[in-house]
Ligand binder design. Structure first.
Ligand SMILES: *Cc1c(COP(=O)(O)O)cnc(C)c1O
Length: 230
């Protein structure tokens, strides 16, 4: 084990993880919701297996990674040591990585365009493995950000179902960094509600409490648990 992720790091990361879980439960209580219904997706991108293991030992089982290649290097080994892991893809998916993503991930949160929806629709029946799927909505309509524009979300969700046979479970968003996040969370919630979708992945280290207030079922928290990414 390297110095950087030694015993002191292990103690700190578990303490921060417990703190985040407690903050989720408090925010749920404030919103008159059941904290047990809010899933913490621990975002472990850029951190090596030795930094993640203490959190697994403490009982965390749901994790987020943003790159297929990185997940492939880290998670098959961790899955062997820790049963019951649920891995979420939270970064953009290239069509040429779709097969591997289906094999590696339990949840793909970033279905965001026709080409990837078509490829998932083609591969899932062939591979006989169906990850749970969320559609990413670009609520801030930022040109550099992935996601379906909000005004196209209804048509895209319908196409996912009708054209590509995909069972979409919910929606995900990443609000613009420089804006108050709550209107974006509210917009995502409104789109989900009119499609009867139950899963809302929204809220990160800086704003997960606000997201819980607005109905998040999954919060994706990285740096508040693992520390700053190098
Ligand atoms: C990195 C990342 C997160 C976690 O961000 P933090 O601010 O470190 O909590 C959440 N969601 C997505 C899509 C990410 O890429």
């Amino acid at each position: 084990m390297s110095e950087e992720f030694g015993e002191a790091y292990a103690a700190g990361v578990v303490e921060r993880w417990r703190g985040v879980r407690a903050a989720i439960d408090r925010a749920a209580q404030d919103a008159e919701r059941d904290g047990a219904g809010i899933e913490l997706v621990a975002v472990s991108k850029t951190f090596p297996a030795e930094a993640i293991a203490p959190v697994l030992e403490a009982g965390q089982r749901v994790f987020g990674e943003n790159r297929v290649q990185e997940a492939r290097a880290k998670w098959p080994g961790l899955r062997q040591s820790f049963p019951g892991i649920e891995l979420h893809l939270i970064g953009p998916l290239q069509t040429n990585k779709a097969k591997e993503a289906i094999e590696l991930f339990d949840v793909i949160e970033t279905v965001d365009r026709e080409s990837i929806a078509a490829e998932l629709g083609r591969l899932i029946p062939k591979l006989g493995k169906a990850p749970r799927l969320l559609v990413q909505v670009n609520t801030g309509e930022e040109p550099q950000k992935a996601g379906v524009p909000p005004q196209e979300a209804d048509a895209f969700l319908e196409a996912c179902r009708e054209r590509w046979g995909l069972a979409i479970e919910g929606l995900m968003c990443i609000p613009p960094a420089e804006e108050p996040p709550s209107p974006h969370f509210a917009l995502l919630g409104a789109i989900a509600a009119r499609h009867g979708l139950r899963t809302l992945s929204m809220g990160m280290s800086a704003d997960f409490e606000a997201a819980i207030q607005m109905g998040a079922t999954h919060v994706r928290v990285g740096s508040a648990i693992f520390g700053h990414r190098g």
